[in-house]
Design a protein around this ligand. Structure first.
Ligand code: C5P
Length: 227
């Protein structure tokens, strides 16, 4: 069987990782959530007081990038790989609104991107991988055999993320979530380094009115044509 690289990009909270995870499981592929890697660097910056409400010690973060080792380890019970920072499981810590708030500024730094892209390319060098993020089809794997660009209205995405965070026991308002989603979209799409754009040959899927199963079936058909 021909192993391929499947790149899934798109705006915040489009449900990319839910679909990517299930697609990888169906195809028996590796799944890599690159957003988790940017979140891990942000978590490190927050823990070390390198970023906060009114400051961002960019140079210090860049100097200390060598102290950051990000790994993934498969959790059988969860059914997906969880993210570790220097050996510590931070899967739950990176999913907070606080990390979501600071991740896009951190992800604008070219030094951070260079480090993470290099690691992502290594993880996908043997193909058989589904990777989701913002620059996978444009920068990380410009030769990916299948490129998907996921979209949905900002309100649909904020509602989904709001429900997800409430279910996890976070206390927050819908407006805060909507504000975070639209701010991240703006920063991610307008940054100088690897902005979020649809790759020329990517297939756009607006999933505002699609169920998870409908999306998955669509992707399986597209992938199987290439395998
Ligand atoms: O996918 P997720 O929403 O967890 O990503 C968090 C943030 O990480 C994004 O808003 C974006 O700023 C950054 N990111 C990125 N490039 C990627 C993946 C994520 O810049 N490939």
């Amino acid at each position: 069987m021909n192993k391929i690289v499947i790149a899934i990009d798109g705006f915040s909270s489009t449900g990319k990782s839910t679909i990517a995870k299930q697609l990888a499981k169906t195809l028996n592929y590796i799944y890599v959530d690159t957003g988790a890697m940017y979140r891990a660097v942000t978590y490190f910056a927050l823990e070390n007081k390198l970023i906060g409400e009114d400051f961002f010690k960019e140079d210090e973060l860049i100097e200390r990038l060598g102290e950051i080792a990000i790994t993934f380890k498969f959790n059988e019970a969860a059914g997906f790989a969880e993210v570790y920072l220097n050996g510590k499981n931070i899967e739950a810590d990176i999913r907070t609104l606080k990390v979501s708030k600071f991740v896009s500024p951190v992800a604008t730094l070219s030094e951070v991107r260079r480090k993470l892209v290099e690691q992502q390319q290594l993880m996908g060098k043997d193909k058989g991988i589904v990777m989701d993020g913002r620059d996978i089809a444009t920068v990380v794997f410009p030769d990916a055999e299948l490129k998907i660009f996921m979209t949905a209205s900002a309100e649909t995405r904020a509602k989904r993320r709001y429900k997800e965070l409430l279910d996890r026991g976070h206390q927050l308002s819908y407006d805060e979530v909507l504000e975070n989603v639209t701010t991240r979209d703006r920063i991610d799409s307008t940054r100088e380094e690897s902005p979020l754009v649809k790759a020329d040959n990517a297939i756009e899927i607006d999933n505002s009115n699609m169920t998870i199963d409908e999306q998955l079936q669509r992707l399986i058909v597209l992938a199987e044509e290439l395998i």
